[in-house]
Design a protein around this ligand. Structure first.
Ligand SMILES: Nc1ncnc2c1ncn2[C@@H]1O[C@H](COP(=O)(O)OP(=O)(O)OP(=O)(O)O)[C@@H](O)[C@H]1O
Length: 251
């Protein structure tokens, strides 16, 4: 197995505030790694660092074997849909993707239409993005991330705002991308989705990794139903983040 992303001892401070403190993780080609944690745990910050959008304060990051800052050739192999994707509201979805394709220096060999179809946006593609629902914007962000057939795919809460068919779609796209050989890093608050789609999980708590391993090693496969998953989640959180009365222990 080869790692498409390796973070080692990554820290990030904003002013006096440490939001990541020595985070290490790796994402292997052909595997799906889930990033879990409460609001503010540092998941998005780590994903921004892993995609070259934000510099770490310290630590090392290797993306597809390359260090930061990521050169355009490396960025061309990274697909990302991070939180609150920004699109020009007056442009159509199709025009928006065309610009992203041109900027990445890629030829449209049919991949634009394929990406639209994969996310179920082909009918809405020629409407202005400003008329899209939240779920349609989320689907457009996913199409943009898939456009480059990336070797590293980073998805920050991709099921936010999606209806059940969209949630199912994301699950199957993630599985298809991993089967194609891409390494996928995905964050979500939907524990059942993570349990179903991920090979391994990194749990973050207040900027540090509180647990990491395969879904089998972490006992996620045995956690059953919403209550079982919730219990599992809090058992792997930092002690201070556990709700009162929780008896879960650190693995
Ligand atoms: N540009 C910034 N300046 C200052 N603080 C920031 C900045 N970006 C993020 N933070 C802080 O870093 C911490 C981690 O935020 P981050 O968005 O990475 O968390 P998260 O785990 O993705 O949360 P959520 O589940 O709510 O999306 C938060 O306390 C946030 O306020």
């Amino acid at each position: 197995m080869s790692a498409v992303l390796i973070c080692h001892g990554v820290s990030k401070t904003y002013g006096r505030r440490t939001v990541l403190d020595g985070v290490s993780l790796s994402v292997e080609a052909g595997r799906v790694t889930g990033l879990l944690g409460l609001n503010g745990a540092g998941k998005t910050t780590l994903m921004r660092i892993a995609t070259g959008l934000v510099s770490p304060t310290s630590g090392s990051v290797r993306v597809l074997g390359h260090g930061l800052p990521l050169r355009p050739a490396v960025l061309g192999r990274v697909g990302a849909a991070l939180d609150a994707p920004a699109f020009y509201r007056w442009m159509t979805g199709r025009a928006m993707l065309r610009i992203l394709l041109d900027t990445a220096g890629l030829r449209d060999d049919g991949r634009l239409q394929r990406s639209l179809e994969r996310v179920g946006l082909d009918e809405a593609a020629d409407r202005r993005v400003g008329t899209y629902s939240q779920g349609q914007r989320q689907r457009l962000a996913l199409a943009a991330a898939l456009l480059k057939s990336p070797d590293l795919l980073v998805l920050d809460e991709p099921t936010n705002g999606l209806d059940p068919s969209g949630v199912r779609l994301v699950r199957s796209i993630v599985a298809q991308e991993a089967a194609r050989g891409a390494g996928v890093l995905i964050s979500s608050h939907q524990l059942d989705e993570i349990a179903r789609v991920c090979d391994s999980v990194v749990m973050m708590s207040r900027g540090v990794v509180s647990a990491a391993g395969t879904v089998e090693e972490l006992g996620l496969v045995e956690a059953d139903g919403p209550e079982g998953l919730e219990e599992w989640f809090f058992a792997h959180q930092d002690v201070a983040d556990r709700p009162a009365g929780s008896e879960g222990g650190r693995p």
